[in-house]
Design a protein around this ligand. Structure first.
Ligand SMILES: *Cc1c(COP(=O)(O)O)cnc(C)c1O
Length: 282
């Protein structure tokens, strides 16, 4: 098994979030937009990445954050604090309104309040994001039989599927519960050589168990590679478990994609500390 270290692209705009923003930022520039607006939760890697990349590319950024209770918690939330320090304007909305975020009426209201903007969806997934993720896999990777990656909104795996070869099988590890993902991936994917393994979400998005924390800490001690608790830790836990159970035929060559997300560790540690659980070693 090989690990592609997309987490090393950048300390903040790491991994797939860099890939997903690349062509969107170029597009926003060519449309002469001056503001990027996007959506995300309290510990979102995408919010952190958009705040940073927007700042460095000369855009104003607006982050619409899920949960109006978070408004006075910005200083104690590492992701939001970072986004703010990059100049992102944070707007907190209640969860009900957040669910309606792509409603034409709601978007019009946002335009009335903030002026014109380039909209990037939650998690960054759109056609241009998938195009960026197609660049994760190169010709050098054709020797692998399996390519494994984490799945949130499905944009990253769609890009990987599109640039894979027909002899390769793409295996996605959803970080959240739910059956909707297949449809989301099918919107963008052009091949059917893929599957989702749903056994390693540890109870759902952002959910964590002590055995996942010890796995992440042991993995880091053994291989000196950090994993994040939301995505890559769960995938790697699953992969090693599946290898042990004989899921992959002998002589298989696996390529796992480290999609980054390491900025989320301090946010998770904040939560773990409050619950009196062991922390993830940084
Ligand atoms: C956002 C994210 C994902 C999920 O990517 P999608 O394109 O939304 O499926 C996977 N890994 C990491 C580290 C992420 O930050």
């Amino acid at each position: 098994m090989y690990l592609k270290r997309e987490d090393l692209i950048h300390p903040v705009v790491s991994g797939n979030k860099f890939r997903k923003l690349k062509y969107n930022i170029l597009n926003a520039k060519s449309l002469s937009k001056t503001t990027l607006l996007t959506f995300g939760g309290a510990y979102s890697n995408h919010i952190a990445a958009t705040a940073y990349a927007g700042n460095k590319s000369g855009f104003n950024t607006i982050g619409i954050i899920r949960g109006d209770e978070l408004e006075d918690k910005v200083v104690s939330n590492p992701t939001l604090k970072f986004a703010k320090s990059m100049g992102m304007r944070l707007e907190f909305i209640d969860r009900g309104t957040y669910r309606m975020k792509y409603n034409a009426d709601f978007i019009e209201k946002l335009k009335a309040s903030y002026g014109d903007f380039y909209l990037i969806p939650e998690g960054g997934t759109n056609t241009l994001a998938v195009k960026g993720c197609e660049e994760i896999i190169t010709n050098d990777d054709k020797k692998f039989n399996y390519i494994c990656c984490c799945v949130g909104t499905g944009g990253t795996i769609a890009g990987i599927i599109n640039s894979s070869k027909s002899h390769q099988k793409i295996i996605g590890f959803p970080a959240l519960k739910g059956d909707f993902l297949r449809q989301d991936i099918l919107k963008f994917a052009t091949n059917d050589n893929w599957d989702l393994i749903r056994d390693y979400n540890f109870g759902g998005y952002g959910k964590i168990k002590p055995e996942l924390i010890s796995f992440i800490n042991e993995f880091k001690a053994k291989y000196m590679i950090p994993l994040d608790p939301i995505y890559t830790g769960k995938m790697m836990y699953g992969l090693i478990d599946m290898i042990g159970k004989g899921y992959f035929p002998r002589e298989s060559k696996l390529l796992a994609i480290h999609t980054g997300g390491l900025q989320g560790i301090s946010g998770m540690n904040f939560v773990l500390k409050r619950k009196n659980l062991p922390l993830i070693n940084i």
